[in-house]
Design a protein around this ligand. Structure first.
Ligand code: ADP
Ligand code: MG
Length: 707
């Protein structure tokens, strides 16, 4: 057996289960071992008297009576006996499991785990899970049982057994002895346990301490690979020759621009200009700024520099709506400067696309705005000087590496509205390659934000009506948490990521759908309301979004976070239902959808939460308007993990640069350690040729690292 042994050959799996497991991304031994639990069933025993009616719990109990069997009717028998703990009694019943009659002897001690019913001072337990307890050796009982994400046909037991099987084989064969991505030297320096121990610790932790050490090892590993990957790609880029650029007179551009740059925009553009005209290697710059901070204009100024130098420029957006918006913003500006601009999106006919492609090929059109349609292989942009990418993290992994290939020799500018606190930005991107627009343009107004609870519902509905009657539009965002049926049966859970599960009331998609329906049919039958949710096809989503952008739809109820960057200046009210479910930065992104026009705008956070931390978070939102300040507070409150969770678009989509483990990181130290370690490694072994870095090198090759 090795890490790539097909999952079919694991005992108890076989063809059929292997097919089902594939849906979970489990195909071989390694992917099985890297199918991490999402929580742990907590079987740490409690005294009987502390268990409430209906609670799923574990309890150590002594058998008080010999089991007796009764036949209820043909095919149905039961075994019943009493167990006790101090003064409290409990009746245990098993149905149709006659063998248990010989298991339980009077005076023997067991740990029972199941759903307790309470009647007065006595309890009842039906078909519990049980483990023998040897007095004085209680510590040998396993307390935490992994709870895995499942798929149809695959139960917890199938996964627990398969993982157990592989781990014990791995133990005897030494398979995991040489599986470390992080070299021993680095592990020792940063106090990271060997990956072998981490595999045991994550799947069958003996204690929370063991679990924490294992999590730390996996988080470190993931960030270390990421950091090393970024460092290597930067290194490669630095070796590339730069395209020759000469100085450009910017006056015509600034004359046509309808506003003056803010000081922050000016600084950002100076940095971009300097990279392009005086840089020693192709620019790879991140232009970050809060929503509405005005990232587009300095980027456009960069485009002007490239066009003036005779090069072509591509501007790429992750969705057609965003691409269209950029086109509407920029094409009049550039046309007035004498540059034709074309929009290339999937919705165009083949003939239209061909026409644009021809014009681009001939050099007639040098400014192209579009979606990933721009990336298709037969679309070649001659003399490409600059690629500007909006919200790059929202592109799929394949698209990003295509993008990188396209932009290999030319300058690259990435715009991102994710406010990253300075401490994190320094760690993740280094000081030199980020431009931050940290000041809003004067035209932007701050959005009044309120926190209310259910008792305000009537007034809130009145407020919605008022906004609509005044000709404005309204967003209502509801969170949805996937319904997880198995949780009920799993009982007391210790979440893998403690913080994200602080507020746990489940609000399935169904509830949001019904809410939208009630609003539409009962509350506002006369108002044009549409509902958008994450499970819809992207075509459908774009159409619904499009009708809202056009102003046809007055109220948009949505479960996903609304398109980052969508600009509907007429929207003046953002309502966030169950606001406690959202991270601060997410809430800030949401709020940024309103307050884009000249009208006074509002954000109402609806929450009934009593959780103190949640209330504190929501308060921060009401008092703060600067995304960076909010992100900093978020970092202090919740740790850096959230910054890896594909911010700003709620539901994670497949194919994004997704961190499996790092989103569970709760301390910045671990993050900076991983980045420091990666830099040390690259410095010692720039091409990653050493044997101890072989796995690291492989992983970097397999992944996609565009910071
Ligand atoms: P974002 O950073 O979210 O992409 P945009 O570039 O779309 O922001 O700019 C948001 C709005 O602010 C646009 O309508 C833009 O015209 C306007 N804007 C940008 N810079 C300035 C400025 N210096 N003065 C006035 N308005 C500006
Ligand atoms: Mg933008």
């Amino acid at each position: 057996m090795d890490m790539h042994t097909d999952i079919r050959y694991v005992k108890g799996i076989g063809e059929k289960r292997a097919k089902q497991l594939q849906k979970l991304g489990i195909v071989d031994v390694e992917s099985l071992l890297r199918h991490f639990p999402r929580a742990y069933q907590d079987r740490r025993p409690k005294p009987l008297c502390e268990i409430e009616d209906g609670e799923i719990a574990a309890c150590i109990l002594t058998v008080g009576t010999e089991p007796h069997m009764a036949t209820l009717k043909r095919g149905l028998n039961l075994i019943k006996f009493n167990v006790f703990d101090g003064a409290y009694n409990c009746t245990v019943t098993f149905f149709n499991q006659p063998y248990v009659k010989d298991v339980f002897r009077r005076g023997a001690i067991y740990r029972f785990y199941g759903k307790f019913k309470k009647m007065g001072r006595s309890y009842a337990l039906t078909s519990p899970i049980f483990d023998t307890v040897i007095p004085g050796k209680e510590e040998y009982l396993q307390d935490l049982y992994a709870v895995y994400p499942l798929t149809e046909g695959i139960t917890q037991n199938v996964l627990r057994k398969a993982v157990g099987e592989v781990l014990s084989l791995a133990y005897s064969s030494g398979l995991l002895d040489f599986a470390d991505t992080v070299s021993e030297k680095i592990r020792e320096k940063y106090n990271i346990e060997p990956i072998k121990d981490a595999y045991y610790g994550i799947h069958s932790p003996k204690s929370e301490i063991e679990l924490e050490a294992a999590k730390k090892a996996f988080i470190f590993e993931e960030l270390y690979v990421f950091a090393a990957g970024v460092a290597i790609s930067r290194q490669k880029r630095r070796k590339k020759d730069v395209l020759p650029f000469s100085d450009v007179d910017m006056k015509p551009f600034f004359d046509k621009l309808p506003f003056e740059f803010t000081s922050a925009q000016k600084r950002a553009f100076d940095e971009i200009y300097n990279d392009m005209v005086n840089g020693k290697h192709p620019m790879n710059r991140l232009l970050s700024g809060d929503v509405g901070s005005g990232k587009t204009a300095p980027a456009a100024a960069g485009a002007y520099v490239a066009l003036k130098n005779g090069y072509a420029v591509c501007i790429m957006a992750p969705t057609e709506i965003l691409a269209r918006q950029h086109f509407l913003d920029l094409s009049p500006l550039f046309e007035s400067l004498g540059y034709r601009c074309e929009l290339l999106i999937g919705a165009l006919s083949a003939a239209q696309k061909r026409k644009i492609k021809d014009e681009v090929a001939s050099g007639e059109v040098r400014l192209i705005i579009g979606t990933h349609a721009l990336l298709s292989d037969n679309f070649d942009v001659p003399n490409l000087g600059l690629v500007i990418t909006d919200e790059q993290h929202r592109f799929g992994v394949d698209q990003r590496s295509q993008l990188q290939k396209k932009a290999e020799k030319c300058h690259s500018l990435i715009m991102s509205a994710t406010p990253i606190p300075r401490t994190l930005a320094l760690i993740m991107f280094g000081e030199t390659e980020q431009s931050v627009i940290d000041k809003l343009p004067p035209s932007r107004q701050s959005v009044d934000t309120f926190l209310v609870d259910e008792t305000y519902r009537e007034r809130l509905n009145g407020f919605i009506r008022k906004q609509v009657n005044e000709g404005h539009q309204v967003y209502i965002v509801c969170p949805t948490i996937e319904e997880n049926k198995s949780d009920e049966e799993e009982g007391r859970l210790l979440p893998m990521d403690k913080i994200s599960m602080l507020d746990m009331p489940v609000r399935p998609l169904k509830a949001a759908v019904e809410y939208a329906k009630t609003l539409k049919e009962d509350v506002f039958p006369d108002i044009n309301i549409e509902f958008l949710h994450g499970k819809m096809k992207s075509r459908e989503k774009e159409e619904i979004m499009g009708r809202f952008v056009q102003g046809e739809t007055k109220v948009l109820v949505s479960t996903t976070v609304i398109e980052v960057g969508v600009n509907v200046p007429n929207a003046t009210l953002m309502i966030v239902e169950n606001a406690e479910f959202f991270g601060l930065s997410q809430l800030h992104q949401l709020r940024g959808r309103v307050g884009r026009g000249n009208h006074k705008s509002y954000c109402v956070l609806v929450s009934d939460t009593q959780n103190e931390e949640s209330r504190r978070r929501l308060d921060i939102m009401c008092k703060n308007h600067d995304g960076y300040a909010i992100a900093k507070e978020d970092l202090d409150l919740r740790g850096p993990g959230d910054f890896f969770k594909g911010q700003g678009d709620g539901v994670r989509q497949h194919g994004k640069l997704d961190f499996k483990m790092a989103s569970m990181a709760h301390d910045v130290k671990l993050l900076s350690d991983a980045f420091a370690a990666a830099n040390e490694t690259i410095k010692d072994d720039p091409k990653l040729e050493a044997a101890e870095n072989a796995i690291l090198a492989q992983k970097i090759q397999d992944a996609d690292f565009t910071a």
